[in-house]
Design a protein around this ligand. Structure first.
Ligand SMILES: Nc1ncnc2c1ncn2[C@@H]1O[C@H](COP(=O)(O)OP(=O)(O)OP(=O)(O)O)[C@@H](O)[C@H]1O
Ligand SMILES: [Mg+2]
Length: 263
């Protein structure tokens, strides 16, 4: 087992000036969590090649919340999946706290995902035959440093739904269970791919509040993909994609609370 837990300095990549990564982009938050350098992804199906990412450079910092915007097909999910170790780039290098993720073998990649990454998807992917608490406990049982399932559910405002099955909950409640499941293992990173995509805006706000709270209380580096530009105001930084490129990175001077957002 060559996987090493975080905090080792030996593989810290060469220093790169913040300016080269977009000075406006430098947040007020902590150390570098991710550094992506020249990430490209080409999907080959039969004779056709799809360039999903075309050389993406990006750093994400500890405790920050970024929102990823961009048209359908611009590469947002592809990047999120690569950051979370669900997919591998065709070229480029990804570092997590100085360790080269792109050099991990499959077993190391599995441990990296298990120990550090929480995912939330558009469709909640809960297990129908398990209660809210059991859905969350499924993850805490295998995590090295978990919170209790009921604590995680309380954090997303669902302490009164512990024994409900997914079919007995609204879409927003199910998505909050999915968020509780993602954060219950105390991940350093929370990656959300259109978490409000299937919800009306009022329910979406409650879900975004749960994400913002997990971000600020647990200090997780958080990335949220959305098609609603209005959501961008809850972010520290807004990253825009087009055609496999990052076309802009902007910093919000003030993060707005999800309840003040309109979309
Ligand atoms: N497994 C795959 N095989 C082939 N092509 C793929 C695959 N996954 C994604 N693509 C292609 O890569 C491009 C980027 O896809 P991606 O899912 O990253 O876009 P996106 O920005 O998340 O879009 P959306 O907003 O619609 O979710 C698209 O053209 C898509 O068709
Ligand atoms: Mg997508």
């Amino acid at each position: 087992m060559t996987y090493r837990s975080v905090g080792l300095e030996s593989m810290t990549p060469p220093d790169t000036s913040p300016d080269s990564r977009g000075a406006a982009a430098r947040p007020r938050t902590g150390d570098e969590t991710f550094r992506a350098e020249g990430i490209s992804k080409v999907y080959e199906t039969g004779d056709t090649k799809v360039h999903a990412l075309r050389g993406v450079d990006l750093s994400l910092y500890e405790g920050e919340l970024v929102v990823l915007l961009g048209p359908s097909g611009s590469g947002k999910s592809t990047l999120l999946n690569i950051l979370g170790g669900l997919d591998q780039p065709s070229s480029g290098t990804l570092y997590f706290r100085g360790e080269e993720v792109t050099a991990f073998n499959p077993e190391e990649l599995t441990l990296f995902r298990r120990d550090h990454i929480g995912f939330v998807f558009q469709f909640y992917n809960l297990i129908p035959s398990l209660t809210a608490q059991e859905n969350v406990a499924l993850v805490t049982e295998i995590a090295p440093n978990p919170m209790r399932a009921d604590e995680a559910l309380a954090l997303v405002g669902l302490d009164h739904r512990l024994d409900h099955f997914p079919a007995q909950m609204s879409g927003g409640e199910q998505q909050r269970v999915a968020i509780a499941r993602a954060i219950a293992k105390n991940p350093s990173v929370l990656l959300c791919d259109e978490p409000t995509g299937a919800l009306d805006s009022k329910t979406g706000v409650v879900v975004l509040e749960a994400i913002a709270r997990a971000n600020s209380e647990l200090n997780t580096t958080t990335a949220v993909i959305t098609h609603n530009a209005g959501i961008a105001e809850m972010a520290d930084r807004v990253i825009r994609f087009a055609d496999g490129h990052i076309i802009s990175v902007e910093r919000n001077e003030h993060r707005r609370s999800p309840e003040d957002l309109t979309w």
